[in-house]
Every structure is written in structure tokens, then in C-alpha cells.
Design a protein around this ligand. Structure first.
Ligand code: PMV
Length: 330
């Protein structure tokens, strides 16, 4: 067998309606549906090269060889991709059948990892597309999305483009990027990696008595968010995404053990965003499993929001992105 290589690009995504908790932990089947949009100005580029001369898989992220848990996660995902090969391909490549296929994975992000921007989403989406392409496998977008989900739940939303709905096994696009000129302005308040990863967090979701109420109310929030996107209704979007993010953090804070991702600057930014909105600026906040605040605004408000954020104590950096397209093979 010769070496077989492919490269793919994927964008992280920001959830407007959050995914928190799994009804099947191993398969990462979510407890509730979610909606996101891709962040087209931030990207992960991943190359996968299957090389018969390698004695073990090699994984590098942002120029550093990766070990331990992160390494195992990537290698396990390559095994899943290999497993998903059709029987004919497995028979034409015996190394696929007996698990001897080794790869060199090189992945680079244009944004810092582990600060609440979902590098695992774009990472597993790009890894899935690159690995499938390197093996010459042709899969549908739904199949690629479902496969990416097994690596990291939200990765399934980084496969389709624009505004994306993840219902159960895979995600689909519900509107193209041009539907609405929204921007995500991310106020970075801490550069350190979060202490409790989302995989552990999901596993704790059901220990909060609030999770069942949050899950049962999902259809209502989903519906409002879909309406807001269809009609570019910012007031509606603002009210539903802020409520949704606060509901997720209420679950996170009340799980056992309790997790609090926020720091004092997180509260200050929430207040500042609400103050801006009261003064007529179309901006709303959402927060992932970390302390950073994603300020979602209409593109014409970008300058004003950025200026306000830069003036705040505790804001170390401001990263911005507009709505991006699907993951693709280069
Ligand atoms: O895909 P994971 O396991 O990293 O979970 C993502 C969880 C949140 O970012 C907090 C919410 C979401 O829907 O993206």
C-alpha cells in the first residue's frame, strides 16, 4: 500500500440553542436538539496521511506532538472511520481489516484551543472528512456528520454549512450563511484550559434536577430560534439564546458535583451586553462550557460592540467571526 493523504478544513460553531447531556453517552446521542452557526473566520486544517511504514499513529496539533487522552481520542476516531469503510474497501486494503493502518495526523487551528471556542467541533469534523477522503471513501453529508458526532457531539454541527440544526444522529443546514449577516464577537476573559471538559460535563447533566425541565422545554426554544433565523428577528433571537444559555449554565451549576465556568468578568460582560441592547444595539450573549462570552450581533453593530468590549476590565482578547460554510476537503 502506498501512502494515502487528504486535507480538510472545518469551522468551529457557536450554539444558539445548546446541547448539554447525552441520552446515550457512548454514542454521543444528545438529550436535546440544538442549533448553531459556523464561525467562518476561524478554521481548523487537518491532514491525515495513512502510511504503511508507521509503527504507531502520530498526532500533532498546532505544531506539538499530542499524547495521552487527546491522542487516544484522535486514534480512536481514526479506528471508527476505518470501521465505517464498506466491506469491498476493507477487502481491498487488508490493513483496514486487521487494524494495522497507521496515520500521521497534522492539525492546525487559527484560534486558541480550550478557551470556550469549540476546537473539538472543527477538529473532529476536519479529521472525519480528511480521514474518509484519504481512504477514498465517498459519504453523504449526513453520514460524515454522524461520524464526526462520535468524536465530539458538537462536531456534527461543523459538517453542514451556515445555520445548522442537530436533531439526533446528525446535523443538517437550515439556512445558508447569507441568510443573516450575524457576527460572533468572542470576549476572551481567560486563556487557560477549562478545568472540566464538556465530555465530563455532559455525563453530569442528569444529576441536576433542572436538566429534565430544560430538556422538556427544548421544542419551544428551538421553534423560537428557527423563527428568529427565518425572519432575521434579532429581538426574538436575543431573548431565546440568552435564556437558553442561562438554562444550560443553571444545569451545569446545579449538577453534582457542581461546575461553575464563569468568572467575575463573565458577569460584567453579560451586563454590558444587556446595557448595549437597551440602548438599541442588536447584540446578545451566549456562553459555552467556559468563561468567555460570545456576543452575537448584527454586522452593522460590530464596531460599537468591539469598542465596548475592549474598554472592559478583564477582557484579554476579542476574536470575531461571521457565519461560515460547510467543512470541505481541500
Ligand atoms: O461537543 P462537546 O462535547 O464539546 O459539547 C459542546 C457543549 C457546548 O459547547 C457547551 C454547547 C454546544 O451545543 O455547543
Amino acid at each position: 500500500m502506498q501512502t494515502q493523504k487528504a486535507t480538510a478544513i472545518a469551522f468551529p460553531n457557536i450554539a444558539l440553542i445548546k446541547y448539554w447531556g447525552n441520552r446515550d453517552q457512548a454514542l454521543r446521542l444528545p438529550s436535546n436538539e440544538s442549533i448553531s452557526f459556523n464561525l467562518g473566520d476561524l478554521r481548523t486544517t487537518t491532514s491525515v496521511e495513512f502510511d504503511p511504514r508507521l509503527t504507531r499513529d502520530e498526532v500533532s496539533i498546532d505544531g506539538h506532538a499530542v499524547a495521552n487522552h487527546a491522542y487516544e481520542r484522535v486514534v480512536h476516531h481514526l479506528d471508527r472511520v476505518a470501521d465505517s469503510a464498506p466491506a469491498a474497501l476493507k477487502h481491498s486494503m487488508p490493513a483496514l481489516l486487521d487494524g494495522r493502518l497507521r496515520a500521521r495526523v497534522v492539525s492546525n487551528n487559527t484560534f486558541p484551543m480550550g478557551v470556550g471556542i469549540a476546537s473539538s467541533a472543527s477538529g473532529f469534523a476536519a479529521l472525519t472528512l480528511a480521514a474518509c477522503a484519504a481512504l477514498g471513501m465517498v459519504k453523504t453529508e449526513a453520514e460524515l456528520s454522524g461520524l464526526a458526532r462520535l468524536g465530539s457531539g458538537s462536531a456534527c454541527r461543523s459538517v453542514p454549512g451556515g445555520f445548522v440544526l442537530w436533531r439526533d444522529a446528525y446535523a443538517v443546514s437550515i439556512a445558508p450563511p447569507r441568510q443573516w449577516n450575524l457576527v460572533d464577537i468572542i470576549a476572551i476573559v481567560a486563556g487557560k484550559h477549562k478545568t472540566v471538559g464538556s465530555t465530563e460535563g455532559h455525563a453530569l447533566a442528569d444529576t441536576s434536577p433542572l436538566q429534565i425541565a430544560r430538556v422538556n422545554d427544548t421544542a419551544r426554544r428551538l421553534n423560537l430560534c428557527e423563527q428568529a433565523i427565518a425572519h432575521c428577528d434579532f429581538e426574538l433571537l436575543a431573548s431565546v439564546i440568552e435564556q437558553d444559555a442561562l438554562m444550560m449554565h443553571a444545569v451545569i451549576m446545579t449538577s453534582q458535583p457542581s461546575i461553575i465556568y464563569w468568572v467575575p468578568a463573565t458577569f460584567s460582560i453579560i451586563e454590558a451586553v444587556r446595557e448595549l441592547r437597551r440602548s438599541g444595539v442588536p447584540v446578545a450573549f451566549t456562553i459555552d462550557a467556559g468563561p468567555n462570552v460570545h456576543c452575537i450581533c448584527e454586522a452593522h453593530a460590530l464596531k460599537q460592540v468591539k469598542q465596548a468590549l475592549w474598554q472592559m476590565d478583564g477582557v484579554r482578547d476579542v476574536i470575531q467571526s461571521d457565519v461560515g460554510g460547510p467543512a470541505y476537503v481541500v
